[in-house]
Design a protein around this ligand. Structure first.
Ligand code: FE2
Length: 177
């Protein structure tokens, strides 16, 4: 039987209960790739008949992790941002997403500005998952109909995150993904 959302949730719960660190997240990343290989899951949760937008597929009340689907129709380029104290695992469901990871060149003393330099650009194609550790600054760029599933260590709406304007270096509170 194909690996489904219920099994993925159960595996996330047991893995994060015993190992919330990088090796546990690597297991989740691999399991997310197994889930994305299930075409029934893709059609049911990321297909053309699914309502557009950002949806919480699951939230764990004890451990706090969330599984979200991002059902996009339109291409988008995000500004560089972080997820604060939360890690995230992105899993590409349809099309692809180019992700750039950035590092700060400044000394971090100015709370309003940051100077960034790109350190790597990695495309994620359908079926691929990627782990982003806490505070990793990244930006995403995807074409029309690119959809992805994301697991976050906690509800990002409840924690402080930053977004950086590449032209001005201005930092502000992050609201989007
Ligand atoms: Fe992000």
């Amino acid at each position: 039987m194909a690996y489904d959302l219920d099994q993925f949730i159960a595996d996330c719960r047991s893995t994060l209960s015993r190992d919330p660190g990088p090796s546990g997240r690597e297991m989740i990343r691999q399991n997310l790739e197994r889930l994305l290989a299930n075409q029934d899951f893709i059609e049911k949760y990321c297909g053309d008949n699914v309502e557009r937008g950002l949806k919480v597929l699951y939230e764990n009340p004890e451990l706090g992790f969330q599984i979200l689907s991002h059902i996009n129709d339109k291409a988008r380029v995000s500004p560089p941002h972080d997820h604060g104290t939360s890690w995230a695992i992105y899993g590409q469901a349809t099309k692809y997403t180019d992700m750039i990871e950035w590092e700060r060149e400044d000394d971090g003393k100015d709370p309003k500005h940051a100077k960034l330099t790109p350190i790597k650009k990695i495309p994620a194609h359908a079926g691929q998952g990627r782990h982003l550790p806490e505070r990793r600054i990244h930006s995403i760029d995807y074409p029309d109909h690119a959809r992805f599933v994301r697991v976050t260590g906690t509800n990002l709406d409840k924690i402080d995150r930053i977004r950086i304007d590449l032209k001005t270096g201005e930092m502000s509170a992050q609201q989007a993904t």
